[in-house]
Design a protein around this ligand. Structure first.
Ligand code: FAD
Length: 551
């Protein structure tokens, strides 16, 4: 693909391990995750500052864990407000269903948190200063991505208003350039339409006035005026309303319409100290790219999938892409692992993203699905179903299901305990060197075997081949969380990938991993097989966990 102003007066090209197109939250997180593994990247961003208009406000505990892996969890926790969960309300704001979320989720954080996306983006960019491996070039618009026959990718970009194109060569390009970026087309991908398209207005408000609210997300299931409302901060609130044909908040009647829309929460007279911080109209769509990779060019985040924001998962899905891909890329670039490992990125992430988008479309359908009697009956039935024990918990849990079967996720029903494979290991607090911390802080960035029994030589040999730590869960003082998790999964030990997903287990009384023959060829590499310049060996934690290794 070639942009209109391409010239031959190139400056460069320099070769770097990774070029990232787009410094949205997904691109910047990917750069940080790579930097923590010692991999240099250059991020090219056409704008000079973060995107200022209202976008993501809700996150989940899995995303907080990914931000922890990127090193920004403490800063993020300071700007993130824990929320109670999600409620569905009828047109008169009576509760139809409530999906409570725990304040201490599986991943060690509140299951739902509220934040401001520009604030998150700024703190992510500030983190770049800590790593010489991260470089952000703002005002740099990418025009062309060309996959060469030798496997190197050439990226052409232009800075500011300059006419001259500059070039970078890369061993991999991550297209984090959002819904309208060029990377998707450069790999020949097209959108698969998941059939949702509606125009909504989004309003962020600051006010000290009393606002009728619940500390969570409210979705108003009123087919005449579906809406979403949530408290984002101490004095910050977010409303989203579906617009009717011909409605516009920018016109002369816009202020009156806005007042009318907000009146169920604020009353019509209570306008004291009321400030509209940002307002924008969006057309929400549900789409997945039909391919996520060609050679060494990948798409992530909104470049790969688009969802209506009703279950607050668009950005969360993009962060999962970055977490899933970066450790695999590091394994290939740093350790010379088989390039086929990179195929598992799309194989694992695309079905997962599609599942989450379908949930969001279903939530939209619950809010807006028809005005006839059948639709009213559906809402009543849904309300009744949500009162059944376990239904709301199951619905909450399914927001982020286990990874589907693939080369790194083998499920075999005849082996007891395989249900842990493809799921995330929980993240309890543990005690290390007399200090309490999150489990992942103690595990470092590589593979880990968590075991409840002394490992046998076969387990030790496989752990050595992956340079994995072996940690006896009994030394972690985690109130028995990990031991209980292994027991419930009928496993003596679990092998965790660097993204904390269970790769394999040692079933109780079996003694060794059951699927090493499948994953070992993709993951195990010869010592010192680092492939390219610009990468350094991963760092390991120097805590007492090292001495907790059992061998
Ligand atoms: C109203 C609304 C509410 C939302 N609410 C939630 C929510 O509650 N929870 C949630 O998880 N998600 C939510 N989302 C989704 C979330 O905002 C997005 O999923 C997220 O911003 C995607 O991040 P990204 O980095 O993939 O893409 P973007 O944030 O779009 O970043 C892409 C970047 O690439 C740059 N770029 C594009 N082309 C080029 C080029 N050629 N050269 C250089 N740079 C380029 C752009 O300038 C941009 O900075 C919401 C979205 C909207 C619109």
């Amino acid at each position: 693909m070639r942009g209109p102003n391409t010239t031959d007066s190139a400056v460069g090209p320099v070769t770097v391990p990774v070029v990232i197109v787009g410094a949205g939250p997904v691109g910047v997180t990917a750069a940080l995750l790579l930097a923590r593994r010692g991999i240099r990247s250059v991020v090219l961003e056409r704008h000079h500052d973060v995107y200022p208009l209202p976008r993501a406000v809700a996150t989940d505990d899995e995303s907080c864990r990914i931000l922890q892996a990127a090193g920004v969890h403490r800063q993020f926790t300071a700007i993130c407000r824990p929320a109670n969960g999600l409620r569905l309300l009828d047109a008169r704001h009576r509760v139809i269903a409530e999906f409570p979320r725990s304040q201490n989720g599986h991943h060690g954080y509140p299951q739902t948190g509220m934040f401001d996306q520009p604030e998150l983006e700024r703190l992510l960019r500030a983190e770049f200063a800590r790593y010489e491996e991260c470089e952000l070039r703002c005002g740099a618009e990418v025009f062309d991505i060309e996959q060469r026959a030798d496997g190197v990718v050439r990226v052409a970009y232009r800075r500011g208003d300059g006419e001259t194109l500059e070039y970078l060569n890369a061993h991999a390009v991550l297209g984090c350039d959002g819904a309208n970026g060029i990377t998707r087309a450069s790999i020949g991908a097209r959108w698969e339409d998941l059939h949702f398209e509606e125009t909504w207005t989004v309003v962020d408000v600051r006010t000290r006035a009393h606002v009728r609210c619940w500390e969570g997300v409210d979705q108003v299931c009123d087919p005449h005026r579906p809406a979403t409302f949530m408290r984002v901060g101490a004095d910050r609130y977010r409303w989203e309303f579906r617009l009717r044909a011909g409605e516009c908040l920018d016109g002369p009647d816009g202020a009156a319409l806005l007042r009318e829309l907000l009146s169920p929460w604020l009353g019509t007279d209570r306008r004291d100290g009321f400030e509209v911080l940002r307002r924008a109209e969006y057309t929400f769509r549900a789409r997945v790219a039909d391919r996520w990779r060609r050679g060494r060019v990948f798409v992530l985040g909104d470049a790969a999938h688009l969802t209506p924001p009703f279950v607050g998962q668009g950005l969360c899905a993009g962060l999962r892409d970055a977490y899933n891909l970066t450790w695999k890329l590091a394994r290939v670039l740093q350790h010379g692992a088989d390039g086929a490992l990179l195929d598992t990125y799309e194989a694992e992430r695309k079905p997962h993203a599609r599942h989450v988008i379908r949930l969001a479309v279903a939530a939209g359908w619950a809010m807006t699905g028809g005005q006839d009697r059948a639709a009213a009956l559906r809402r009543t039935l849904m309300s009744l179903a949500c009162r059944l024990p376990g239904v709301t918990q199951a619905a909450s849990r399914d927001l982020s299901p286990a990874l589907g079967a693939g080369p790194l996720v083998r499920r075999r029903a005849r082996i007891r305990g395989r249900r842990l494979v493809g799921t995330y290991c929980p993240q309890p607090f543990v005690w290390i060197d007399g200090l309490q911390t999150w489990l992942d802080e103690a595990l470092g960035d590589g593979f880990t075997v968590l075991t409840a029994v002394p490992p046998n030589p076969a387990v030790i040999a496989l752990a050595d081949a992956l340079d994995a730590r072996i940690i006896d869960v009994r030394v972690l003082q985690d109130d028995g969380v990990l031991g209980g998790w292994l027991r419930a999964g009928r496993a003596d030990a679990a092998l965790l990938r660097p993204d904390r997903v269970v790769l394999d287990i040692v079933p109780a009384a079996v003694g060794t991993f059951t699927d090493a023959a499948t994953w070992a060829p993709l993951l195990c590499t010869a010592p010192g097989a680092a492939e390219i310049e610009g990468t350094r060996p991963e760092t390991k934690p120097t805590t007492a966990v090292a001495s907790a290794r059992v061998s």
